[in-house]
Design a binder for this molecule. Structure first.
Ligand SMILES: [Zn+2]
Length: 317
């Protein structure tokens, strides 16, 4: 049995796992990121978590991990091991690989978190055996990892897969990137939450109110989907619109790349097949090839551990 260490460095938490070659997480640790402490402190915690797992592996007489994989939310130069820009971590042009290699004598692989998720799905999840696919992570933001000919496609400047910032709606909602009407502003969790809160204000009769006791703070993507699944018209309209735009975005990706599958993961994808069936409509309507020979839309399989698993798989393709 081979083992690997996967580290998911998020804006709120550092999740570290010891993963075996069959994709099982043997041990896992979680620490708060507390980004305001600065890079050195955060990376110190990352190293401590890794060392903890290395000690654990030794104690249990498991195989020494083959390498360390790191997923980071931002633009990453995977070859050089540099984080070019990770706004949620306040990291800019930082040699993360070097900082880890100074303390731990194992090979280090690093990539953007959406790319890592795609690699994880390729090795252990819904992308197994599929040579060309795009894995979309749908959560607070929207990102994607692109697998072409069984390899990760990073683009010329490491910016490939920023599908969340495809403009879908002229003069649409303001995006964090500074533009308007980006896919992310229409389909990510905050877009659903905003619509749900608006519904509390404007709609008398909606299950969203029952499920949140009328408190805006309790509105989240799950509440909207739950209400829609229960047949609530207001929630259903919100979900339908979101799914339609997501379908449009997916059609754009498919028209360019002609992949065999689009895999949807991330927190919002927890809505499952209910979401997928609604996405189909917008997708098919905007797809160039409508004769049925188009990409399948699939749900990601790695769920909550996608970050750790994806990072642990980074050295495999
Ligand atoms: Zn944007």
């Amino acid at each position: 049995m081979k083992t690997y260490i996967g580290v998911d460095v998020g804006g709120t938490g550092i999740k570290t796992g010891l993963v075996d070659d069959e994709g099982r997480i043997l041990y896992k640790t979680t620490k708060p990121t507390e980004v305001e402490r600065g890079f050195k402190e955060v990376i110190g915690d990352v190293c401590d978590s890794i060392i903890e797992l290395l000690n654990r592996a030794r104690k249990e007489e498991l195989a020494e991990p083959e390498y360390i994989g790191l997923g980071v939310p931002g633009t990453v130069d995977a070859e050089k091991g540099i984080v070019i820009y990770a706004p949620n971590l306040f990291w800019e042009n930082i040699s993360v690989k070097e900082a880890i290699s100074d303390k731990i004598n194992l090979p280090v692989f690093m990539d953007n978190d959406a790319n890592s998720a795609a690699v994880g799905e390729k090795i252990w999840g819904a992308g197994r055996g599929i040579s060309n696919f795009v894995c979309i992570t749908l959560g607070t933001g929207v990102g994607a990892g692109i697998i072409i000919n069984d390899k990760l496609y990073r683009g010329t400047f490491n910016n490939a897969g920023e599908v969340g910032h495809i403009t879908i709606l002229r003069d649409g909602p303001q995006c964090n990137c500074g533009k308007k009407g980006c896919l992310e502003t229409l389909v990510a969790a905050p877009a659903l939450v905003k619509k749900g809160i608006d519904a509390l204000k404007n709609e008398k009769d909606t299950l969203i109110r029952d499920l949140t006791l009328g408190e805006p703070i309790r509105v989240n993507a799950k509440v909207i989907f739950d209400a829609a699944k229960m047949g609530d018209r207001v929630a259903m309209d919100i979900v339908k619109e979101m799914a339609y735009y997501l379908g449009m975005g997916i059609a754009g990706i498919v028209n360019i790349l002609d992949p065999a599958a689009i895999i949807i993961g991330g927190g919002v994808a927890a809505a499952g097949n209910f979401l997928l069936s609604l996405v189909e409509e917008g997708f098919r309507e905007h797809c160039f090839n409508r004769n049925g020979r188009i990409a399948k839309v699939l749900l990601a399989k790695l769920g909550n551990d996608a970050g750790i698993m994806g990072a642990a798989a980074l050295g495999m393709i």
